[in-house]
Write a protein of this length. Structure first.
Length: 128
């Protein structure tokens, strides 16, 4: 029976001296909200956060649960926005699943716009 091959001591030391893999940043609500701010409404150059479409966000064990609304029940971009949200959130290290619930209560109004959203819409000629 042959003895197992041993690596030279220099290889063993080199393996021990390798820096540890960088730790993944913690999956936080702040990171999720920051990522959501990058998702824009396809009809306007405004993020879904600044549009006031995001009603609630929860992060637990790698799952992001999101409650959002749309500006109208007949919004033609609902599916596209949800796909964009999933695509963006799944790029965050640690996010394994995204659950989206659509809520119409309370209905969206322009009162939900952030100041940044209002300014962006005004630049497009929309009175808000």
């Amino acid at each position: 029976m042959r003895a197992p091959e041993q690596r030279p001591a220099t290889e063993q030391r080199a393996a021990l001296e390798q820096p540890p893999a960088p730790a993944q940043p913690a999956l936080t609500l702040e990171r999720v909200l920051s990522a959501l701010a990058e998702v824009t409404d396809p009809e306007w150059p405004v993020s879904i956060v600044d549009m006031g479409l995001v009603y609630g966000v929860a992060v637990e064990a790698g799952t992001v649960t999101l409650t959002l609304t749309f500006t109208a029940t007949a919004c033609p971009c609902m599916e596209m926005i949800q796909d964009d949200i999933r695509e963006r959130l799944l790029r965050i290290p640690g996010v394994r699943d995204v659950a989206i619930a659509v809520s119409w209560d309370p209905p969206w109004t322009k009162d939900r716009l952030s100041e940044r959203g209002r300014q962006a819409l005004r630049r497009c000629g929309v009175s808000v």
